[in-house]
Ligand binder design. Sequence first.
Ligand SMILES: *Cc1c(COP(=O)(O)O)cnc(C)c1O
Length: 432
Amino acid sequence: MSDQPSYGFDTLQVHAGARPDPATGARQTPIYQTTAYVFRDAEHAAALFNLQELGFIYSRLTNPTVAVLQERIAALEGGQGAACCASGHAAQIMALFPLMGPGKNLVSSNRLYGGTVTQFSHTIRRFDWSAKLVDFDDADAIRAAIDEDTRALFCETIANPGGVVTDLDKVAKVAEEAGLPLIVDNTTATPWLCRPIEHGATLVVHSTTKYLTGNGTVTGGAVVDSGRFDWSASGKFPSLSEPEPAYHGLKFHETFGPLAFTLHAIAVGLRDLGMTMNPQAAHYTLMGIETLSLRMQKHVENARTIAEWLEADPRIESVTYAGLPSSPYHEIAQKICPKGAGALFTVALKGGYDACVKLVDSLEIFSHVANLGDTRSLIIHPASTTHRQLTPEQQIAAGAAPNVVRLSIGIEDARDLIRDLDQALAKASGAA
Ligand SMILES: *Cc1c(COP(=O)(O)O)cnc(C)c1O
């Protein structure tokens, strides 16, 4: 199938990037469980190694099953190309790697997936990179944090632990004024709820571990390039604009134009960092992605129903879901993700820390796990788990106060989920 932009989302999620297997006619994309690919002859091999011809060499760089997934995710996000990798965290490093260098920094939203806070605050310092975490609701705070060593802005569409939607258009304008690429983690929204490139994002990163695969089976990540950023204009991105010594002085941007970032991610990023997605993982994610829009519709519908029910319950102090009119992000959500504000939100219980622990232990359908974006409904109490190391003040700042639980609403019957929450809240309030 030619990936014409006129195809709708539901068609692309089933077909984009795939074609009947040229060797066997297999309709479903085969799992190409191979490490290497036989060259036609020595000349062919040399052309592949010089990037004069694109093709399969070795599965650390490219694999046909992974390549179908790359094309499919790029099509769904409206990007020029994508590189898949081993996890969402790998995708973040893959996105930053060609942009950053020793002494360089990124300016990031301070509302992030917990693991990303750790990656940005501690781990990237080992490369002599750094991150300035600021409030992305405040465009002036972003502008003030940008300096001459800044190489990217970073935020999440629907920010973890939920309830916050980033005004991507506003942030993209700040990035454009500063001549910097905007990287958006679109994991919790998925391209069905929001396509950040349409709001000005340069790169989109995903943890495909979550909704794209959908049923909690494999970890994976992806970086999608809009193909729109001029990597040569400022001289700030030499990996993409200057001669690459490992490819005989090839200039990626000059040679590959809008595919420069994607080809660099594969030919340099995956080749040398090796954070490769394996073909089995790509297969599971391709299976999941075929039903993405159907699942997201149900996730969002259930999340709205349950958030409304919880907000009206006297045992609940507050619900932070941008789909509720009471949310300060309700208006932004209608602009950025008009089909729904995702399925991830936090709930504050009047009963405090102890009630949260009792609730988590009393639920029967909801699973107590450190994951999100599963077909199953999930719950976690950040203050006793992921945010345990923080002081109560830090927990409150992170939206993870001691009386807060985070829900990831699945695609079960909403009535059953409400019944489960009702019985567990009764136990948590000591009323049972
Ligand atoms: C899970 C997650 C990540 C990290 O992805 P992994 O696949 O677990 O490495 C990054 N960002 C967000 C928003 C996530 O939910």
